[in-house]
Design a protein around this ligand. Sequence first.
Ligand code: HEC
Length: 191
Amino acid sequence: MGIKTVIGMAGLGIAGGVAFILSGAFNVSATDRHWDITTSLLELVRERSVEVRSKDIQDPPLGDLQMVSNGAKNYAAMCAQCHLAPGMEPTELNQGLYPQPPVFHQQREKHDKYDKHDPAETFWAIKHGFKMTGMPAWGEFHTDEQLWELVAFLDVVEGMRPEYYQGLVGEGGHTHVQNDQDAVPHIDSHN
Ligand code: HEC
């Protein structure tokens, strides 16, 4: 194939692309789902981008109940309207956004396009957010310490009982860890 043919074909390709864009044929509506191949590509881009950018982040110990409880309170105020929380009904934001915000307490691994249980990656995602998804960059207005508290909460929220979540979030709720069978800490709330 001659160089002129190659340039000619590339030119036609670009012209076709421009014509497609200008024609308005692409549907930007959030109710028009991507093709599977587009979704897979976008997910791969996000996965690699987060992996590479978070690889040098050192995660602190996350098991502290005070951290989890601080994280839960901020989560309830800033995240639950999109990501939902134990015992909560779906919201308009959760259902209307596309891509849809993952519901961490029930189906974390279904959204596991990159390793969600890697705290450094979760921290990076919360700090920087994601372009063109609605996921905000929380690092703009919060300290790293507050962001790690959110990571500590997300680390234990999967399968959490609604009463336990309420205990963490609710004022005056008094929480303590008990080694009961399902290993989920037990709450005493004195309302
Ligand atoms: C306005 C809605 C909205 C709010 C508020 C929001 N998020 Fe998100 N979040 C999203 C969306 C949408 C995605 C999915 C992005 C995607 O699929 O690429 C997302 C993705 C994430 C991810 C990556 C998970 C994954 O599966 O890749 C984490 C972690 C996360 N959010 C944490 C939080 C935390 C913590 C807060 C509160 C401080 C929060 N989000 C608030 C919309 C929101």
